[in-house]
Design a protein around this ligand. Structure first.
Ligand SMILES: NC(=O)c1ccc[n+]([C@@H]2O[C@H](COP(=O)([O-])OP(=O)(O)OC[C@H]3O[C@@H](n4cnc5c(N)ncnc54)[C@H](OP(=O)(O)O)[C@@H]3O)[C@@H](O)[C@H]2O)c1
Length: 275
């Protein structure tokens, strides 16, 4: 069955995590190249206001919502405020955090924040917007930003990889359930991207912009939005990432895990606890 592309021109698209990195790029391209109005969600008000000012061109609109998606009340408010702004046609659920280091050194508040942001908020908003699209019969779309980290267990990003495995599995399952019902759910699973996440997590000790396999946020956003508009169930950007994703799925864990661990060797923080 032929699927009609997602048309966002002149419609509202919600982008979470729009204050930096991939989310900021997707919000910018949605406005500048796809003619969408954007509801931009994140915690940092100054960043959202700067984005709104930068993208203001007299026709398209950017509506900032300052929210901490690790808090359930904020998540509920994001949905109710977004649908009050205008008819929403898309939701790009991109906000995410990682933890890089020895897994036993990740304290529980950090884990709770990771789970709430990467999983609970994403499911809540995905369910709310998908039901809204069905109810409105507006054939909207949800884009879930996952990661190649979700394709295999990842030593030293154990909890993060598990959240992304959840996102990919959940998104693909829901996409199947919604087939033929109008709205679409798409999953985007990139490899490394040159964003603040690398700095914040300490991964920049190993990877930096310009390294082989690290994409620019601009290029990644372009491919993510193409998959979103074409309502593709799963998009992995770039030939080398596709090859690596296939390897991650096929290689036995006994080969894969030491290979991944070797990549991180030399860039890990000193363990905090006796291990
Ligand atoms: N960078 C990579 O190598 C890479 C690779 C694969 C997948 N990804 C995925 O891509 C997505 C975007 O990451 P990025 O690389 O662009 O990182 P980033 O530059 O650090 O951006 C993360 C965004 O998420 C928002 N965010 C984090 N916690 C939040 C919370 N509790 N409430 C609301 N917003 C929150 C941040 O905004 P505030 O801080 O202003 O709240 C920020 O806008 C994530 O889902 C990430 O897992 C990244």
């Amino acid at each position: 069955m032929k699927v009609s592309p997602l048309d966002v021109r002149g419609h509202w698209v919600v982008v979470t995590g729009a204050s930096s990195g991939l989310g900021r790029e997707m919000a910018t391209q949605l406005v500048k190249e796809h003619g969408a109005n954007v509801v931009a969600v994140a915690r940092r008000r100054d960043r959202l206001e700067a984005l709104a000012q930068e993208l203001h061109d007299g026709t398209t609109r950017v509506h900032p919502i300052v929210a901490d998606l690790a808090k359930s009340a904020d998540v509920a408010r994001v949905f109710s405020e977004a649908v009050a702004v205008g008819e929403v046609r898309g939701a790009v659920l991109n906000a995410g955090v990682t933890y890089y280091g020895h897994t036993l050194d990740q304290d529980m508040p950090s884990f709770d924040n990771l789970l709430a942001t990467n999983v609970t908020a994403l499911v809540h908003l995905c369910q709310s917007f998908s039901k809204y699209f069905v109810h409105k019969k507006n054939s909207g779309g949800v884009l879930l930003i996952s990661s190649m980290a979700g394709f295999a267990p990842l030593p030293y990003q154990a909890a993060y990889a598990a959240t992304k495995a959840f996102v990919t599995s959940y998104g693909r399952s829901l996409a199947y359930e919604l087939k033929g019902k109008g709205p679409s759910v798409s999953v985007f699973a990139p490899g490394g991207i040159a964003t603040e996440m690398l700095e914040l997590s300490g991964l920049s000790r190993k990877f930096s912009a310009g390294d082989v396999g690290i994409m620019s946020a601009d290029e990644c956003a372009r491919i993510a939005l193409e998959g979103f508009k074409k309502r593709r169930v799963l998009t992995v950007p770039g030939a080398s990432n596709k090859l690596m994703a296939a390897g991650m799925k096929l290689a036995p864990n006994g080969v894969l895990m030491p290979a991944i661990a070797r990549i991180y060797e030399g860039s890990l923080p000193e363990p905090k606890q006796d291990q």
